[in-house]
Ligand binder design. Structure first.
Ligand code: LLP
Length: 431
């Protein structure tokens, strides 16, 4: 369990979180390097039964260079969804040959950048994207190795905003058209068919949807073999969900996922790719905040902290639950709080009617399981500074993204100046 109390102080590895808060200030994200590495090794070991497996960390979960770098040094590849993420993965030391480029609509300039970098695979999601990629690759005298991301029409039984494998979702090639699109791919000059890919959603807490999707995928691979298409790689998408609530059943372990993958896909002789994000980073991170005031409302008590929806948007966006722990253990009376930030929206609420040991102004709290989809989704709404990040390693901690400054924030804006346009855009044809 990370973090936990030692002599009444909430610790991450060998560091008191209250020390980080007092030295760096709040709000601040803290990640445990040991927990990130251990979570990655659980996938590595689980999939050792399928020795040709590439674990590509889905960097969208947390793109800090120190985080990607820690995983790269253990041999992880990367799953990226934009030129920015690709640049971050390369800069952090992930070899291009271990990078998969996912995403529903890559632009031509992004394709060109990735082709020149020499990435392992593009996961292509539509015919027009495939044609554009062929065109860009041929224009550069290169060939793009591709997998088609297929949509298996499986219900991942997760939050609607992060379910991606149903026919009505924007993702992947519709199941009925998959074989035709492979035929098209085979005929395009800049394309080399390498694999097949799927991703049915995030925060999956049961193996059943995976079993259904793997089964469909296996049938498709065999059908494609009959069409003369042999696939060297099978990308099974993101990793497992995590337990955000203490009393919820434990999610399936990577070992169970690996067993399932072996059962359904192991005999096909292809390399497996898995792209975990949340399960590597989520439990390894906390967001520290200070209680600014406790305010008694008509019907409830508000704990107003100095972190807000712009720092951690998951509760506002997905009604997500994050555990909240005081940094100093308390045995005193419990109270029930609505835990909110200072941003001017009622949606800026981290928790409603949450029982907590009583707190007062100046107390410090940690939002748990905030290492994934936390800092990466942060913004500067209400002109709040981008939240800093700290990595803890043993009994030491280091800043991996400093807090910004108001000068830098305001300095992003420039004085108005007319833009000189040399090529007039073509006039729209008359109706
Ligand atoms: N691969 C692809 C193609 C993906 O779209 C995703 C996540 C992953 C891998 C990683 O999945 P994971 O192992 O993290 O479940 N912001 C949301 C989560 C969005 C996930 C989007 N795709 C949240 O905070 O819950």
């Amino acid at each position: 369990m990370n973090p936990n109390y030692k002599h009444g102080a909430l610790m991450m590895e060998g560091v008191k979180l209250s020390t980080v808060a007092s030295v760096i200030g709040t709000p601040v994200y803290c990640y445990s390097r040991g927990a990130i590495e251990a979570a990655y090794m659980r996938y590595r070991q689980a999939f050792s039964a399928l020795p040709d497996t590439l674990v590509c960390y889905a960097v969208k979960a947390n793109t800090n260079q120190a985080v990607i770098g820690a995983l790269a040094s253990l041999g992880a590849g990367a799953d990226v969804v934009s030129e920015g993420e690709l640049r971050r993965a390369l800069a952090a030391g992930v070899p291009a040959g271990k990078i998969v480029y996912s995403g529903v609509a890559k632009k031509r300039n992004e394709m060109a950048y990735a082709l020149k970098a020499g990435i392992y695979q593009f996961n292509v999601e539509s015919e027009p994207e495939l044609e554009a990629l062929s065109d860009v690759a041929a224009g550069l005298g290169l060939t793009a190795s591709i997998a088609l991301r297929v949509n298996p029409d499986v219900d991942a039984k997760t939050h609607a905003k992060i379910a991606t494998g149903k026919a009505e979702n924007k993702f992947g090639i519709p199941w009925q058209r998959v074989r035709d699109v492979y035929r098209l791919a085979g005929a395009l000059p800049g394309i080399r068919i390498q694999g097949i890919a799927m991703h049915i959603g995030s925060q999956l807490l049961s193996l059943e949807p995976y079993a259904a999707a793997y089964d469909r995928l296996a049938h498709m691979v065999v059908a494609l073999q009959a069409d003369g298409i042999r696939l060297a790689s099978i990308d099974i998408g993101g990793g497992l969900g995590i337990a955000y609530e203490d009393d919820q059943p434990a999610p399936p372990a990577p070992a169970e996922l690996a067993t399932l993958a072996k059962q359904h896909l192991g005999h096909l002789g292809s390399r497996l790719i898995i792209e975990p994000g949340r399960s590597l980073l989520g439990p390894a991170g906390v967001l520290l905040a200070e209680v600014i005031y406790v305010k008694s409302g008509e019907s409830r008590d508000f704990m107003i902290v100095d972190a807000a929806m712009n720092d951690l948007i998951r509760p506002a966006m997905y009604d997500a639950y994050h555990g909240v722990m005081p940094l100093v253990a308390r045995d005193g009376p419990c109270k029930v709080y609505d835990i909110v930030g200072p941003v001017c929206e009622s949606g800026d609420t981290f928790a409603t009617a949450r029982p907590m040991p009583e707190v007062t102004s100046g107390d410090l709290v940690a939002f748990k399981d905030a290492g994934a989809y936390g800092a990466v989704m942060a913004g500067t709404y209400n002109s709040r500074l981008l939240v800093p990040e700290v990595m803890i390693d043993g009994d030491q901690f280091g800043v991996i993204r400093p807090r910004g400054s108001y000068e830098a924030l305001i300095g992003l804006d420039t004085a108005w100046q007319a833009v000189a346009v040399t090529d007039e855009p073509e006039a729209a044809p008359e109706a």
